[in-house]
Design a protein around this ligand. Structure first.
Ligand code: AMP
Length: 188
């Protein structure tokens, strides 16, 4: 696995565990010799993942719409910055550059990115795996709702299984790598 894309909040979030997980994930990605692709911001969870990866000598690629440079406090220390023309182009390029996706706690932007990448597997646009990093139970109620969606007949069990849920950074990285390996198990 060459590059992992991380989606996460542009803000810090209230619980210190969220920022700690962001840093731990950035460090682990870099220490595994994997490049980080992310939204290019310099603050909040985004800044924390990127700073940690850079501190661990990792290579970080930011993908950011030009009109968000100021609002998201563009990170000035990235190895590569890809300036794009809007949110759709941002998501397409992030998907193209990356071998899989990990979502940390975040807000509606993070939700949009997570669900878009997951629905693209349902549509056959790509088959890149997604992992939800459920830090401190942040996503418990959403996971329960996804199970309800499956029980109600709107989400096929095999599609549901394509979104792995991890409780720790190690679990998230292992889950993503095994799902993305050639001949690897894409579900479970
Ligand atoms: P949030 O989770 O709301 O803090 O947003 C996290 C990131 O998602 C930020 O970098 C936002 O710019 C980005 N974002 C928000 N809406 C969208 C969207 N519709 N498509 C792609 N990225 C988005």
């Amino acid at each position: 696995m060459k590059r992992i894309c991380v989606f996460c909040g542009a803000r810090d979030g209230r619980a210190p565990a969220y920022l700690e997980a962001a840093r731990a994930l950035g460090t682990a990605i870099a220490e595994n010799g994997i490049e980080l692709v992310y939204g290019g911001g310099g603050r909040g969870m985004m800044g924390a993942v990127a700073d940690a990866a850079i501190a661990a000598r990792g290579r970080v690629v930011g993908v950011i719409p030009r009109d968000l440079f100021q609002r998201e406090f563009l990170h000035r220390g990235l190895a590569e910055l890809r300036a794009v023309d809007g949110m759709l182009e941002r998501k397409s390029l992030m998907a193209e550059l990356s071998d899989g996706f990990i979502s940390l706690p975040g807000g509606i932007g993070t939700m949009d990115e997570l669900f878009e990448m997951w629905t693209w597997t349902q549509l056959g646009i790509h088959d890149k795996p997604s992992v939800l990093l459920n830090v401190d139970g942040y996503y418990d109620s959403m996971v329960a709702f996804l199970d309800e969606m499956t029980a109600a007949g709107y989400l096929a069990p095999d599609q549901r299984a394509l979104l792995r849920v991890a409780g720790t950074v190690d679990e998230a990285l292992c889950g993503l790598q095994s799902a993305a390996a050639p001949g690897g198990v894409r579900t479970g």
